[in-house]
Design a protein around this ligand. Structure first.
Ligand code: XMP
Length: 530
């Protein structure tokens, strides 16, 4: 098969000093259609030079340059001729290493300020005389290194923006990457286009072409297997791999009996019928439900589902490698396992005390690898952020229903049925869930929120229907907004919509006589109830 090396792109490297905004910087740069990558703060100047970036950005971070063990930079990076933009802590390091003065103020300054632009810096080209900016810093520059001059001041800070245009070194005390610096993106654009001379060559079209070439090169004529969940990441991975290697890809879709109503139909229709992807559908509902019988502990449920998934997946692979008469076929072996790993999962998190990003770990990933099968991994979207994966999905022809669907947990409806999971309780929850989703969609709210779903509580209460007293189940509605699932708040959706959902559930779902609305934020609550 003909393969070619992907062309070299413009690229910006971001040295991560532990700021909670490091990934935001990377995304902003990519929004400028320039490829960006996050590397550890202690990457050496030689390694950096070998990666041939057009420019470097030193992120902010929680440390003071005077802290014991404060993350340091290889000072050589300031003299290898690559443009550098230091943001906040990044600026402090630059000033500190190049002979300027930095003081530890002992207080962190947060909040809005106004930057007065001076000396016509290239960084602020086209931005007028003053800008609203957002500060969050502890140290402050008190004296400029040799060769530097002021490019902007704020009320509290004479060195809010500084530069040595000759050496292409720039520093900002404030954060251009956050939304509270409304024209920050233009500052970053000036840096990447005018100062670093980057081309706008990071587009989804070029990414897809190159990712396909990379996959072809990696797998040759071998077969690849992918666990397709129907979620965004595995769906886009499937579509991309199918474009790259066609029938060398087989997807396995496991029905664990804990899916939403008709989910298995949707997945088979989209991937099997529309995309003509080789899809093995495994209905393992019985296996999962019998293992879950009598189990009420949430962690126990998750463990059972995770372990069972691996077993079912392994069995399915063994099955695929057999001929019709059951004998194994040598060329049917799968050497490669594909996964929809995303960029935020692969960025090595910098562990610095006080770094909020450090405490946040993805605590779930049900359906881990069948390790003993010794697969080689194929991870074609591992360079992408979530919003980029969605763009890629649309470009590959996936429907909006898949690309913008709300997250759905691996253990499925089991974590939304408090207490024992039984076929009856699953059926109640499925009906309620279908009503929630269809009303949210009809009212144009489905795509505006992070998640909207029903939870079946192990609480029965008294109701009245006609002349009869009832004693039946309670459904809780959970509708939340969130950026990444780490924190969340309940959505103030219109009362009319709540009323419609509630009426429909109590009228149409047999076994439910009460609907309540969850008004807890995360923290302290979680999004799922288990
Ligand atoms: P919590 O309940 O921890 O959920 O606030 C945060 C986000 O993660 C999803 N979630 C899961 N996703 N496997 C997953 O793939 C899981 O076991 C799991 N548990 C929770 C949840 O839906 C929310 O979006």
């Amino acid at each position: 098969m003909k393969t070619s090396e992907p062309p070299k792109h413009s690229r910006i490297l971001i040295l991560d000093f532990g700021s909670q905004y490091t990934q935001v910087i990377a995304r902003r740069i990519r929004e400028c259609q320039v490829y960006s990558e996050i590397v550890r703060f202690d990457t050496s100047a030689a390694e950096i030079a070998a990666m041939q970036p057009n420019g470097l950005i030193l992120s902010g971070g929680p440390a003071s340059v005077y802290d014991k063990g404060a993350p340091q930079v290889d000072p050589e990076i300031f003299s290898v001729g690559i443009p550098v933009l230091g943001i906040c802590y990044g600026l402090m390091l630059m000033a500190h290493h190049l002979g300027g003065g930095v003081v530890f103020t002992g207080r962190r300054e947060y909040g809005a300020g106004v930057l007065h632009i001076a000396n016509q810096s290239d960084l602020f080209d086209g931005l007028g005389d003053q800008l609203d900016v957002w500060n969050s810093h502890g140290d402050e520059v008190t004296a400029l290194p040799k060769g530097f001059r002021v490019a902007g001041t704020t009320e509290g800070c004479d060195f809010a923006a500084v530069e040595d245009a000759k050496r292409k070194l720039y520093g900002l005390q404030f954060h251009p990457e956050v939304v509270h610096t409304p024209r920050g993106k233009e500052i970053l654009q000036n840096f990447v286009y005018h100062i670093c001379r980057c081309a706008m060559d990071w587009t989804m079209g070029s990414f897809i072409e190159e990712a396909c070439a990379r996959v072809r090169k990696q797998v040759g004529d071998q077969k690849v297997v992918l666990g397709l969940s129907g979620g965004v990441d595995s769906s886009v991975t499937a579509a991309l791999l199918h474009k790259a290697i066609g029938d060398q890809l087989t997807c396995i879709f496991v029905n664990n009996g804990l899916l939403r109503a008709r989910e298995e139909e949707v997945v088979q229709r989209v991937f099997g019928e529309n995309f003509h992807i080789k899809l093995k559908y495994v209905d393992a509902s019985e296996r999962f439900l019998s293992k879950l019988r009598g189990v009420t502990d949430p962690e126990e449920k998750r463990k059972i589902i995770g372990n069972e998934f691996i077993r079912v997946f392994e069995d399915a692979i063994v099955d695929l490698a057999k001929t019709d008469d059951g004998s194994p076929v040598a060329d049917h072996k799968f050497r490669f396992l594909a996964q929809g790993t995303l960029y935020p999962d692969v960025i090595e998190s910098v562990s610095i005390e006080g770094n909020p990003a450090q405490v946040i770990k993805t605590h779930h990933n049900v359906g881990g690898l069948p390790e003993k099968m010794h697969f080689e991994l194929v991870e074609p979207v591992r360079q992408l952020f979530k919003d980029e994966v969605r763009q890629a999905g649309l470009q590959l022809g996936l429907p909006k229903e898949i690309v913008y669907r709300q997250p759905f947990p691996g253990p499925g409806l089991a974590v939304r049925i408090l207490g024992e999971v039984t076929p009856e309780r699953l059926s109640i929850l499925r009906e309620a869930d279908t009503i929630v989703q269809s009303e949210m969609e009809a009212a144009d709210w489905y795509y505006k929120v992070w998640q909207s779903f029903a939870v079946l509580l192990p609480v029965q209460s008294v109701g009245v229907m006609g002349d009869q007293r009832t004693y039946e189940n309670t459904i809780a509605l959970r509708i939340v907004e969130s950026r990444d699932g780490m924190t969340a708040d309940w959505v103030r959706i219109p009362y009319e919509l709540l009323a419609r959902i509630s009426n429909r559930i109590s009228n149409e779902v047999k076994g439910v006589n009460r609907v309540v609305f969850d008004i807890s934020s995360k923290p302290p609550s979680t999004i799922e109830w288990e």
